[in-house]
Design a protein around this ligand. Structure first.
Ligand code: BF8
Length: 628
């Protein structure tokens, strides 16, 4: 490749200047990344893309003809609708399980903290502890915080396989929304039960009715959004603090030339937050000094990064497609991973440099990495050990191969639902007034990942810019939030890019027009935000002038998020087509039929400008119905 070709290819792959710089380095050095593997996989299987390949049992795999030819049924007799719906439920279930299992671990650490068995944890947000405990009917008056925490943790853990058949946190949804769930039979009963039942239904010879399968998909997703994910958010806040506005920096320029760089990657704050706290200890600082190192530079990546950014202001180096690029700077001593969204190839990338990849969860072992098991009982000891290993690796950095881009981008994050409400004076009335007056048309949550099918961050940034220009407030989580951070949209000054009405509100409050609400499990914060606004207005979530979008999603978790948005009443546009286009009936139900149930639906639109048109039209439809 000529230099010109390399430059063009980097610009084709990513939007951000610092990402492009390191992509060029990978191309020059011949280091393989996800973009290269994506190209090598072309053409990808057309049956798989349409969702009409069934690999569920040993009579298959069967590839059915979506156009009704001789092979229109699998060996078992399943038709295209059953196969597509079953595959979708299967995918969704994986996503819901990932979020909820993460949630369970956080609740378990809350319990261990209450029982004095966890090292390095404490109850940080006692106000939230008492508020959530009260929701569970737990007495708080005059009681010790650890006692309350113990009872609350047991109460939440019970809901994973509950006998009572209801999820307490789902009662935060407005009554109108809950009535829809009740009538449709999609009220989530417990967290694990919906997932196990989904696995049962996709077994050959169980559910062969695509409507029934999709309704259970909605119920399973609700048990994630209003169950497992919400538990993760609430218990993380209780342990580590509810986020409040914080400023920091992002992009690959957050890596340091003269400090030990440690990248904290994955999803769960349980270990990474302890590493952040431990790195401040004098013993660790001395350890670095003794090795002649100027200090330790912790940076986040993906949703673990979001958790650390919003609570501790830790710089965030990048999103999903940045994990290999961070290593390719040649400046990372250690990448610590917990789980989810970790490329199995990361140790191979690290093998091209001096980087050590450290896996920490029994669920996520990767050949070629160093395994240092994390347990809450010895979290601080493990954190120290990890930092020591990184410090000792610093002399191995090959300075001739280091390239760190310049100029990190400033970001403001930490907009939890509580923070937004407090900023408005404790009630949503000022926001509702601004919406009624037309200063703000509505609100859209942009969420989800990166995907090498689309230029990195292009979908997120283009859509966010276009929505704020049209006076639509944007809230974000996950890699979408990181993308907009890198593009300079998460600072109050970005109000200049917003329409007049939205800009005036942002300037008054000193907030960005794009609000960083956290990690992917924190999509539950968006649900609570919507629920509280709806309750103040006395309507259901499906009546609100709001929408959702996942312009660059890749993960099964995003399917669960999109589905609980739609099932809760939030119209949601996907930028990457889900694998359902083989079944016209499934398509019709998700894009149209569901409107009659939740007053919302899915749409698929790869062009972010057209996505903005769809979302604006939906917001105007809901505004009209509300007479505003
Ligand atoms: O947890 S890190 S790639 S899956 S958006 Fe997507 Fe990003 Fe993964 Fe959601 Ni968060």
């Amino acid at each position: 490749m000529t230099n010109q070709d390399i430059r063009a290819e980097a610009e084709r792959r990513a939007s951000d200047r610092t990402d492009q710089e390191i992509i060029r380095k990978t191309l020059e050095e011949g280091v393989q990344t996800a973009w290269d593997r994506f190209a090598l996989q072309q053409p990808q299987c057309g049956f798989g893309q349409l969702g009409v390949c069934c690999n569920n049992c040993a009579m298959g795999p069967c590839r059915v003809d979506p156009f009704g030819g001789k092979t229109s049924h699998g060996v078992c007799g399943a038709d295209v609708d059953t196969i597509v719906a079953r595959n979708l439920l299967d995918d969704l279930c994986v996503g819901a399980a990932a979020h909820s299992d993460h949630g369970r671990e956080v609740v378990e650490v809350l319990l261990k903290t209450a029982e004095g068995e966890a090292q390095g944890y404490r109850i940080t947000d006692t106000e939230k502890l008492k508020l959530v405990a009260a929701e569970y009917g737990i007495a708080t008056e005059g009681r010790d915080n650890l006692d309350i925490a113990r009872e609350l943790a047991i109460g939440i853990l019970e809901e994973f396989g509950t006998l009572k058949n209801r999820l307490q946190l789902s009662e935060r949804a407005p009554e109108q929304t809950r009535e829809i769930w009740r009538k449709t039979g999609i009220m989530p009963r417990s967290i694990d039960r919906e997932i196990v039942e989904a696995m049962h239904r996709v077994h050959m010879g169980v559910d062969a009715d695509y409507v029934n399968l999709l309704l259970h998909a909605m119920r399973t997703s609700l048990s994630d959004g209003w169950g497992g994910s919400m538990a993760a958010t609430e218990c993380s806040d209780i342990l580590f603090g509810t986020p409040t506005p914080v400023t920091s920096v992002t992009n690959l320029a957050t890596l340091s030339h003269d400090k030990v760089n440690i990248v904290l990657h994955g999803h769960n704050p349980l270990l990474s937050q302890v590493i952040v706290n431990t790195a401040e200890e004098p013993e660790i600082k001395k350890m670095a000094e003794d090795k002649g190192v100027k200090g330790i530079n912790l940076v986040g990546m993906c949703c673990t990064g979001n958790e650390l950014l919003m609570r501790s202001g830790i710089p965030i180096a990048g999103s999903f497609l940045d994990q290999e690029l961070a290593i390719a700077t040649g400046a990372v001593e250690a990448m610590i991973v917990d789980y989810q969204c970790i490329f199995p190839s990361v140790p191979a990338t690290a093998g091209c440099y001096h980087t050590k990849v450290i896996t920490t969860s029994t669920k996520t072992k990767i050949i070629g990495s160093i395994y240092m098991e994390f347990n809450p009982e010895n979290a601080v000891d493990t954190a120290k050990e990890i930092i020591r290993l990184a410090i000792e690796n610093y002399p191995n950095r090959n300075r001739d191969r280091v390239r760190i881009p310049e100029r990190p981008m400033k970001v403001m994050a930490g907009f939890s639902e509580e923070t937004i409400r407090k900023a408005l004076g404790g009630t949503y009335k000022p926001l509702i007034d601004a919406i009624v007056a037309g200063k703000i048309l509505g609100c859209v949550g942009i969420v989800g990942c990166n995907n090498p099918r689309i230029k990195q961050d292009h979908g997120h940034i283009t859509l966010a810019k276009e929505l704020i220009r049209r006076n639509i407030l944007v809230v974000e989580t996950g890699c979408a939030a990181i993308a907009c951070g890198k593009a300079g949209l998460l600072v109050p000054e970005a109000a200049e890019l917003a329409g007049e009405g939205l800009a005036s509100v942002c300037k008054l409050l000193g907030i960005p027009p794009v609000l960083h609400m956290g990690s992917c499990v924190d999509c539950s914060r968006i649900l609570v935000l919507a629920a509280n606004i709806a309750k103040e207005l006395g309507v259901g979530i499906g009546d609100l002038p709001i929408g959702g979008a996942a312009p660059e999603w890749y993960s099964q978790k995003a399917i669960s998020i999109g589905t609980y948005f739609v099932a809760s009443g939030v119209y949601t546009v996907l930028g990457i087509p889900p694998k359902i286009f083989g079944s016209q009936n499934v398509l019709n139900l998700l894009a149209e039929g569901v409107k009659g149930i939740t007053n919302s639906a899915f749409a698929v639109e790869p062009d972010p400008m057209k996505t903005a048109d769809l979302l604006e039209a939906e917001i105007n439809r809901k505004r009209k119905a509300l007479n505003i």
